[in-house]
Structure formats: C-alpha cells, structure tokens
Design a protein around this ligand. Structure first.
Ligand SMILES: Cc1ncc(C[n+]2csc(CCOP(=O)(O)OP(=O)(O)O)c2C)c(N)n1
Length: 401
C-alpha cells in the first residue's frame, strides 16, 4: 500500500504540483491529503473531461515557462468516459502531456457494483485504444520512484499523457478528520454584478458578425501579453483567417473545452491575460465549467461567448441559447461580472478594462454568417501549440508583460 504522503512528496519531486479531478472513494486519502496542502494546487472539476482540459491549460502555461512543473488529472474509471473527447482531440492532438490517475472500479475478479462491471472490464483496453500507456500504481514505496520516472520519460519523449491505474486499497487509509477547506473564492457572490448593453430589440440580422467581433478582439488584445484561445469550429478558423498571431490558440476538436483550458492557463500564468472565445453550443456542452471558473477563476481570465444561437460550424442547427440567461448563470456561479452586449464598441471597451477582481464574462449577441472559402489554419495543432508556448516563454524573458 502507498501512503498518500509518500505519493504526494514523490510526485512533487517530479514536478507534479497541479491537480484537477473528480473524487473516487479509492482516492479519498490522496485527494484529502492534496486538499490540505497549501503548496499544491488542487481544483475540483465539474467533470473529468474538464479536469483533463484544465490540466492541459496548465501544461500550456507552465510547460515552457517552468519546465519542471507538471499536472495530474484524477478520476474514477467511470469518468474516463467523460474525458474521452479531450483525451483524444486535445491532449493527443496538441501533444499536451499530463499524468492520469484512474481508479479501477469493477476490476474483473473482484466484487463491485453493477454499474462498474463493463467499464471495469474495458478500462485498460480503453486507455490503450486512446494510445495512453498505463501501469498499475505500485503498491510498494520502492517501486514508486521508478514508476514516476517511466511516466516522465514517456511524457518527455512523446508529449502525451501517461496513466497510473489505481486498484482498490492501493492507497493507504488516512486517519485525518480535520476540515477540507472550500476554495477561497467561493464567497465572492455579493460583489458580483450583471450589466447589459445589449439592445435586445435589435433585429438579429443587423447585429455584428463573428468577423466583426473577432476583428475587435484582435485590435484590443496585445500580442505580447494576452493569450487568445478560440473555440473549435468557425471561431478558431475565422480568428486565424483574420490574423495569425503567436498568442492565438486555435482549438480543434474537444468541443466545450476552451473554458477549462483557459482556466488552467490563467491560473498557472498570472503574468498574462487570457481571453477564452467560446461558442454558445460549446459553452452549453460543458456548462459545469462556469462554476469551476466562478470559484477558482482569477482576474486575468475573460470569457467571451459569441452567441449566434446556432451550431453554425456544422450547418446552422439551432442551439437552445435563446432561452438561457448566460450572464445570470455566470454571476450565480461566482464570476465577478457579466455583460450582455451587441455593439462592437462594447467588446473593445470590455477587453481593455483591467480592474477586475475575478473572472469576467461577456455574451455577445451576434448574427450568424461566415466568410466564403474560410481557410483552416495552415499550421498543424502541434505547431500552433509550440509557437504559442515559445511566445509566452520568450515574452516573459523579455520582461515586457
Ligand atoms: C464533442 C463534439 N461534438 C460535436 C462536434 C462537432 N462540432 C464541431 S463545431 C460544432 C458546433 C459548435 O457550435 P458553437 O459553439 O455554437 O459555435 P459556432 O459553430 O456557432 O461558431 C460541432 C457540433 C465536436 N467537434 N465535438
């Protein structure tokens, strides 16, 4: 059996100080140990896919900046299914390494609940199918260091995730009975405000387009000091087509993950500003991330939701966004402020504000429509990531932030 203390300290020696996850009873001693440690970042994610995207954001932020700083996503194997999208189309695609700690409920040959039976029998093969090499978390302390070394060697060689599968009883019970403090920002609600600049009666077809908004985003964000992360589909493609800059990250796949990705980046890099440009369909897909951002989100994070009421990138099918009050949801989740707008001047003014005490949200009501012959980025995802990381490592060295 491994003691939590031994695991955490061994992990720390290998640079693992960022954790995000959703608990499993097999991990209770470990997670509770992490929660009590001020020198460790542990973020309670709404689901396991958000945890993977969040840690991918940390890797994006610190990977080139503090090379020995690494992240871990923790989950029950039932939640591995929630993480398949970012594991197959974010961390694999962009090569953003992290360690996965996946418990093994329903391990064949052991008595467990019926809901774990199928996932228990496919957990190792599911990881292998996603090209994630795995090994059992060692039960002997002496075997832990070599296991970390194998994990890191793989992550360094391939820049892709590696997994430890945790069997029942692998982590020793911890007798700690004290408090597990809630995150500090959980109590900020009374300061939060909703503003509206939107002229709701404006005819939808007369609203600005995505092109107009993204042009304003480019103009209002400094390449040196602001990271602009664009959601999957036309959002990233249009941003690229308007201007290709090193501070841009064009997400492909992993729909809905731009917000947790941006959160991990903003938390791990307080020296840069981070703008997450989201779509309404994408935001709806992972709305739990609003609550995670509301609780943990820092003041350098701005969340801009481009709302055309459609899944435009896949043919314009209506989303349910017209019946959703995103601004109210954002402040209810703990964002410091939320704005509804439909004029370009408001985007620029909002992006230039710098006096926030927490994460900010803005919903831009726009018309559908996109330019003809919209190109896809000519750079591959890996090149986009490498350029982005080098840019922010360099701009920090120059001290121009
Ligand atoms: C998990 C997942 N489901 C579906 C898709 C296909 N897909 C790509 S973009 C997109 C629509 C995104 O809609 P929205 O965020 O509103 O942005 P818009 O296309 O309107 O700019 C969909 C459904 C995907 N990439 N990933």
């Amino acid at each position: 059996m491994i003691r939590s203390e031994t695991f955490v300290e061994s992990a720390r020696r290998h640079g693992f100080v960022w954790y995000a996850g959703v608990p499993c009873s097999f991990l209770t001693p470990l997670i509770n140990r992490l929660l009590r440690d001020d020198s460790i970042h542990y973020l309670c994610a709404a689901n396991e896919g958000d945890a993977v995207a969040l840690i991918a954001g940390v890797t994006l932020g610190v990977g080139a900046h503090v090379p020995m700083t690494r992240g871990v996503s923790l989950m029950q194997n039932s939640g591995l299914s929630n993480a398949v999208s970012p594991l197959t189309s974010l961390t694999w695609t962009f090569r953003l390494p992290q360690l996965l700690i996946v418990t093994w409920r329903g391990e064949p040959g052991f008595q467990d609940e019926p809901q774990h039976e199928l996932m228990g029998s496919i957990t190792p093969s599911l990881l292998s199918a996603m090209q994630i090499p795995w090994e059992l978390l060692p039960s002997e302390h002496s075997a832990l260091e070599p296991a970390f070394e194998r994990a890191i060697a793989y992550m360094n060689r391939t820049a892709r995730p590696y997994a430890f599968i945790v069997r029942k009883g692998a982590v020793a019970v911890d007798r700690y009975q004290g408090p597990l403090l809630p995150p500090e920002r959980a109590l900020v609600h009374e300061r939060n405000r909703i503003f509206t600049e939107a002229r709701r009666n404006v005819v939808k077809a007369e609203r600005p387009s995505r092109t107009d908004v993204l042009r304003a985003v480019i103009q209002a964000t400094s390449e040196a000091s602001t990271a602009v992360l664009a959601s999957t589909g036309y959002c990233g493609r249009e941003l690229y087509a308007l201007r290709d800059r090193s501070n841009h990250f064009y997400m492909v796949g992993s729909m809905g993950c731009v917000l947790p990705l941006a959160l991990g980046l903003a938390l791990s890099r307080p020296d840069i500003r981070v703008v997450a440009v989201d779509g309404d369909g994408s935001a709806l897909m992972r709305m739990g991330a609003f609550a995670t951002v509301g609780t943990y989100g820092p003041s350098n994070l701005s969340h801009l939701l481009l709302d055309n009421g459609e899944h435009e990138s896949t043919g314009g099918q209506a989303t349910v966004s017209p019946s959703v009050d995103f601004a109210r949801i954002a402040v209810s989740c703990g964002y410091q402020s939320a704005l509804e707008m439909d004029r370009i001047c408001d985007v620029s003014a909002w992006l230039k504000q710098s006096d926030s005490q927490g994460p900010r949200f803005a919903r831009f009501l726009m018309r559908p429509g996109y330019p003809p012959d919209l190109p896809r980025p000519s750079l591959g995802p890996e090149e986009v990531k490498t350029r982005f990381m080098a840019h922010f490592a360099r701009s920090n060295d120059r001290g121009n932030i």
